[in-house]
Design a protein around this ligand. Structure first.
Ligand code: NDP
Length: 277
C-alpha cells in the first residue's frame, strides 16, 4: 500500500520520514510546497491520479499562529482550501485522509479536558482556519480521520524546545508565560501513533485527540527543558498579559486522550520522558 505525506519538509513530516524505513511494507512519498502545492487543485488531482495513495497524511499547514492574524487569506487557503483539495482527491480514489489539527480549535474556557465531540470555538485566525479544514476534511471524504494534537516539539524545525535552548544560551533571565495550560507532544510520538492507526484493520472515520500528558504551563515546560539541558538560566513565571501576542490563545486546552488509547491501543507517554531523549 502507498502513503503520501504532504508537508514532508515540516516538523511532523520529517518525523514520519525518519520512521518510514521501519515500515517497508508501505511505499511512501513525501512532498513539500514545491513538489505538491496543496492549494493547487489541479496539481493535487494530477498527483493523486498518478501516485494513487491508499493513505494521505496531511502534515502540510500554515502554522504561523501570530502571523495568521495578518495573513488570514493565506492561512485559510492552505488550512481549509488545501485540505478540501486533498479530501476531494482522496474521496475520488477511496483513500484515507489523516488530517492533522490542533487544540487551538478550542476556546480554553469550558469542559476540560476536551473530548472529541466538545464544542469548538477557535480564538484566532489560525485556529479558525484549522477548524474549517477539519469540517471540510470530514465532509468531503467519508474516510477521514482528524487527529488533533498540541504543543509539538522534536529535533526538527522550529518549536518551543528549540527556541528555549537558543534563548537559554543567550540570556541569563527569562520570563515565561505561566497561565496557559496544554499538553506538550513529541512529534515523533505523534508519527508513531499515526502509523499505528494506518496499520490497524478498522479505521473509524472521525476525530481523535493525541498528545503527551499531563497538562503543564509553558513556564513549567521551560523549567524542565532547562533542567534536562543543565542550563543555569533563571526563569520567571509571567502572565499572558505581560507577554501579549497578536493571536489570542486558549488559556487551557488540555485534551482527553481516552479514545485514541482505547480504540487503537496507543500507549500514552509523559512528555518529560521524551524530553530526556
Ligand atoms: P511545520 O510548520 O513544521 O511544517 C509545515 C509544512 O507544511 C511544511 O512541510 C511546508 O512545506 C508545508 N506547506 C505549507 N504550505 C504548503 C502548501 N501550500 N502546499 C504544500 N505544503 C505546504 O508544521 P508542523 O510539522 O509543526 O505541524 C504539523 C501539523 O500539526 C499541522 O497541521 C499543524 O497545524 C499541526 N499542529 C502543530 C502544532 C505545533 O506546535 N507545531 C500544534 C498543534 C497542531 P514547505 O517547507 O515547502 O513550506
Amino acid at each position: 500500500k502507498k502513503i503520501l505525506v504532504t508537508g514532508g519538509s515540516g516538523q511532523l513530516g520529517q518525523c514520519l520520514k525518519k520512521i518510514s524505513k521501519d515500515f517497508s511494507q508501505f511505499e511512501f512519498a513525501f512532498t513539500d510546497s514545491n513538489t505538491l502545492d496543496i492549494t493547487n487543485a489541479t496539481q493535487v488531482q494530477d498527483y493523486f491520479s498518478d501516485f494513487k495513495p491508499d493513505f494521505c497524511v496531511n502534515a502540510a499547514a500554515y502554522t504561523a499562529v501570530d502571523l495568521a492574524e495578518k495573513e488570514s487569506e493565506l492561512a485559510f487557503r492552505i488550512n481549509a482550501e488545501g485540505v478540501s483539495n486533498l479530501a476531494k482527491a482522496c474521496s475520488e480514489i477511496g483513500a484515507v485522509l489523516v488530517q492533522i489539527s490542533t487544540d487551538y480549535v478550542f476556546d480554553g474556557e469550558t469542559n476540560l479536558p476536551y473530548d472529541e465531540e466538545d464544542f469548538t470555538n477557535p480564538q484566532g485566525v489560525y485556529g479558525k482556519s484549522k477548524r474549517e479544514g477539519e469540517i471540510l476534511a470530514l465532509e468531503e471524504n467519508p474516510k477521514t480521520v482528524v487527529i488533533r494534537t498540541s504543543w509539538l516539539y522534536s529535533e526538527f524545525s522550529k518549536n518551543f524546545v528549540k527556541t528555549m535552548l537558543t534563548l537559554f544560551a543567550q540570556k541569563e533571565i527569562l520570563g515565561i508565560v505561566n497561565d496557559q495550560f496544554g499538553q506538550p507532544t513529541n512529534a515523533n510520538d505523534l508519527a508513531q501513533a499515526i502509523m499505528k492507526i494506518i496499520l490497524s484493520e478498522n479505521i473509524e472515520p472521525g476525530i481523535l485527540h493525541f498528545s503527551n500528558y499531563p497538562e503543564t504551563t509553558w513556564f513549567h515546560f521551560a523549567q524542565k527543558i532547562a533542567e534536562y539541558s543543565k542550563s543555569k538560566i533563571k526563569l520567571n513565571p509571567i502572565t499572558t498579559s505581560e507577554f501579549p501576542t497578536p493571536a489570542k490563545r486558549p488559556a487551557r486546552s488540555t485534551m482527553c486522550l481516552d479514545k485514541i488509547e482505547k480504540d487503537y491501543d496507543i500507549e500514552l507517554k509523559h512528555w518529560e520522558n521524551s524530553l530526556e531523549e
